[in-house]
Design a protein around this ligand. Structure first.
Ligand code: NAI
Length: 495
């Protein structure tokens, strides 16, 4: 039975962990190699608890009791009464191993040594102590008191008792515990690759701007943040090394390949909010969004849609007609509006033997959302893009225009998010329900990747990835076995 927990390292993470544990009723011994940092952390936690009472989220008595349970200690030896230690010191294998080697001399033989590492192997940290069975990963998220989930990661030699102890702490603090295998990025940092690397790839290929990718992911795909807002928030100086690290830990797996344009941005100091400029500029702390491109005044198109694509556009077509667009019975003399999955406008036009100069494509996946994405072939008469853009604005849509891209923006990013979730499930890094809950809670996505795949349809996602792989020749788009088999068999991804 654990009642006293040592928190070592009281920076961003340690202070939040200490506060959360104290609120849940644990006695917390806080140590930092800089004594003033430990005191500052306890003071900070006190202020947070006072704020919680001011907002009536906690009684004054409970807040005071939690404060009383937080104790600064000035020497590692004073941590002896703790039955568990959670380290949140610098992200260094040597430093973490050295700390645990000291702690195993100080704490009782049954005490659990938990690491909050985000990128090191728990098994590797455990290899530095004489009893690796007591080392377990307990990976919190920033800000700890608000992010109510934690990854529990047994290393290869972790005793089940240590894992159970970590799970019971997670339970007592009221956090959703996600049991993960000791694999690069565990669950959450691994699952986040799809959004970031595919967003970067789209921009690297000059198919859309960063702001356009973010707008599509927000308005059309329902994400709280697009990849570039997110990178600006966390800071590219922090995120880029993580992208490189996970790519390297998976031995240059193409699915996790970071964009090649990112290194120069880090070197140039374009780190994001913290440096005043990243993918966006910031004025007085506020992001300055580039204005949306609008078409000049002009005519509306005469549209023809291939019969097999009309069902996908069933809602937008009447709205376009309502906006004044004339529908044509034949492709002759009309703008041919295609709604391809996985194909670019070029391939879709050639497949249907249409004149590419008259072809425009619209993303069928997001056509019913507030923002639609359209693209011409490289041969499309430029005015046709303006004509369609005008008509969609009149039909009440926001419009993003991109260069001809297999899978537009949303299809390819969402397919990569789903495929990454499927790979995680294939590797049994976490159970399907944990993958979905973890991604919603840890990354704030509207759906977990497997549930998202089921909503989009596993066959459809498989088709998008296969088409992307075929057109680009890039193995990063190869479908996960997990996805392929379930899609072929008509099974859901999420169970
Ligand atoms: P931080 O730099 O804010 O705090 C680290 C603290 O540890 C500092 O106060 C430092 O004085 C102290 N420290 C360093 N070496 C020490 C040692 N040998 N003994 C005692 N104290 C020592 O770092 P942060 O961001 O809190 O990260 C801590 C750990 O948590 C790292 O392993 C990091 O990868 C992990 N992590 C960080 C997240 C984040 O968003 N910042 C999220 C999840 C995990």
């Amino acid at each position: 039975m654990i009642d006293t927990i040592a928190v070592i390292g009281s920076g961003t993470m340690g202070r939040g962990i200490a506060q959360t544990l104290a609120v849940a009723g644990y006695n917390v011994l806080v140590f930092d190699q800089r004594a003033e940092a430990a005191q500052a952390a306890v003071d900070f936690a006190g202020q947070m608890l006072d704020r919680a009472t001011d907002k009536a989220r906690m009684t004054r008595e409970d807040a005071q009791a939690a404060k009383d349970r937080l104790l600064v200690v000035n020497a590692l030896s004073e941590l002896a009464p703790a039955q568990m230690a959670i380290e949140a010191i610098a992200e260094s294998l040597d430093a973490k191993q050295a700390l645990f080697a000291q702690l195993e001399q100080i704490l009782g033989a049954d005490a659990v040594l938990a690491t909050n590492t985000s990128s090191l192997s728990v098994s590797a940290i455990a290899a530095g102590v004489s009893a690796p069975g007591r080392v377990v990963g307990l990976h919190f998220f920033n800000p700890v008191p608000l992010m109510k989930m934690v990854e529990v990661i047994p290393g290869l030699r972790t005793d089940p008792a240590a894992t159970d102890a970590a799970l019971s702490v997670a339970h007592k603090i009221g956090y959703r515990a996600i049991l993960c295998r000791d694999a690069p990025g565990f669950l959450i940092n691994h699952a986040g690759r799809g959004l970031l690397t595919e967003g970067s790839r789209i921009v690297q290929d000059c198919l859309a701007s960063e702001a356009d990718v973010d707008r599509v992911m927000r308005d059309a795909a329902g994400f709280r943040m697009g990849p570039f807002e997110l990178l600006d928030l966390t800071g590219l100086d922090v995120s880029y090394p993580v992208l490189q690290l996970i790519y390297g830990q998976f031995h240059q797996e193409p699915r996790y390949r970071p964009g090649v344009h990112l290194a120069a941005r880090v070197a140039a100091g374009l780190h994001g909010r913290k440096t005043g400029e990243g993918f966006y500029r910031y004025a007085a702390g506020r992001r300055v969004d580039p204005p949306e491109k609008l078409p000049p005044d002009g005519t509306l198109p005469r549209l023809w849609v291939p019969p097999e694509m009309r069902a996908d556009l069933a809602q937008i077509l009447p709205a376009l007609v309502g906006a004044g667009v004339e529908m044509s019975d034949t492709a002759q003399g009309a703008v041919c509006l295609l709604a391809p999955y996985g194909l670019d406008a070029t391939e879709a036009a050639l497949k249907l033997e249409l004149d590419p100069a008259c072809v425009m494509a619209i993303d069928p996946l997001t056509v019913d959302s507030p923002r639609v994405t359209i693209m011409p072939t490289p041969a499309t008469v430029p005015d046709l893009c303006d004509q369609l853009h005008r008509a969609l604005l009149l039909a009440g849509k926001k419009v993003t225009r991109i260069a001809d891209s297999p899978g537009f923006v949303a299809q390819r990013i969402l397919a990569m998010v789903v495929n990454t979730g499927c790979e995680i499930s294939q590797m049994q890094i976490a159970a399907p329900a944990d993958i979905d809950d973890g991604v919603r809670l840890g990354l704030g996505y509207p759906h977990g990747p497997l549930a998202l795949g089921d909503t989009l349809g596993p066959q459809r996602v498989l088709g998008i990835l296969e088409a992307l792989q075929r057109q680009t020749g890039d193995p990063r788009y190869r479908p996960s076995q997990y996805l392929r088999q379930r899609a072929r068999l008509g099974l859901p991804l999420a169970t």
